[in-house]
Design a protein around this ligand. Sequence first.
Ligand code: ADP
Length: 497
Amino acid sequence: MENKILVANRGEIAIRVMRACRELGIPSVAVYSEADKDALFMHYADEAYFIGPAPSIESYLNIKNIIEAARKSGATAIHPGYGFLAENPNFAYACESEDINFIGPSSRVIELMGNKIVARRELQKAGVPVVPGTEGPVTNFTQAQEVAGEIGYPVIIKPSGGGGGIGMMVAHNEAELTKALDSAQSIAAATFGLAEVYIEKYLVHPRHIEFQIMADTHGNVIHLGERECSIQRRHQKLIEEAPSPALNWELRSKMGEIAVRAGKWIGYRSAGTLEFLFSEGQFYFLEANTRIQVEHPVTEMVTGVDIAKEQILVALGHPLSIEQGAVRMFGSAIECRINAEDPSHDFVPSPGKLRGYRSPGGMGVRVDSGVHPRYTIPSIYDPMISKLVTWGRDRTEAIARMKRALYEYIITGVKTNIPFHKAVMENSTFVNGELGTHFIDMEKDILLAEMERVMQREKPLDDKLAQIFEEKKRVAAMTAVAALAQMHRQADTPKYR
Ligand code: ADP
């Protein structure tokens, strides 16, 4: 039977997977909700099927409708992307039962890694170091008090079925512990349908470093090095890079070997990520993500391995196209998540119609996006516009290129977090690679001041650009774009040497 892949997702990741399909000569099928009738991804696919109303629970999370679309289209495999159903064991199980090739690990492995307590316990058996904490769930205050007494404050209470940084509560002392336990349990029950929580030692200002693994069905498991994802807001990643400025080859090999061992232990297949916290030279397993990550492009840029394509080939039964010994990390790559958000108002989402859109290009610049110049960013889904990725022979060059690309990026009609990214690229702590998960909190005043400066400087031109795009004066728009790029030179940026 001829292969055909249905992509059970939307936006940039749907296009990312469809591009891989196209390069492999495999037809792709899109599924779309009421809110995505005008979206780029559904036009990019070879076929598209409507799966329901805008709310994701009725469309992108609707297993029945997606399986039905697969049946109707004759799709032989489903790629879940990230988010939505990507880590839902019931979805993987439904595919397995319907004899549809699920492009990811088995439903058993997804379920095992989906519960963080079980994942911690299981991987400890494989010799993976975990953050000091509880063996099982914590159900009452006395138990929480005992654990906190043993591991020492501060502690973090986390939902075992959690994700997206939701429901995690830090307690610095006993008084805070009661409140933290109550909140974590009720948020966990409301968000994940499971009130179960556990306790870990809260590491102060660690780095978030994760390893990309790839596994096939022939017993091969490899790692593609690490990504540093320490720049986070509310425990959500904003800027990622590869390699991490904190690792040397010795440590990389050591952590990589542990990630591979973990993959082998659980019988992994496809692409996966082992997340670690790194503090004072020690690393601790945090959680495993059984899917392709948002930030996978930085790994692709430095290793040259097309992770989405590799996932598809592995699912079709091919062995991995690369052996561990042949994996190289060349240069440095950075990803900025470009979101429709208002940086002046605590980054509240700023969905709406794009008036003008020009993405940057040139050497070492990659833009993975799901938008088009007249696109309306729906308010019902996450407000990501694109992932802007730059590559350089070293970190300094990747940063210089990112600055250049950010100044070329023109988006009018909605507010974006581009001024924030410009401010980070200018920040000396970031430039020196001194990262940690509290980077944004610690540099807040400096970043806000720089962001204000950027926005004030660009305001007249931004207004002019919006007007030009409104009047559809393309040539004038080009001139304005050039003027904006020129501003980059006026910004007092350190010279690349
Ligand atoms: P989620 O699955 O909800 O994203 P994670 O366990 O992956 O949660 O943690 C997300 C982020 O929360 C981490 O990158 C880190 O910034 C912070 N975090 C989680 N656990 C700890 C801990 N024990 N100590 C310090 N920070 C933590």
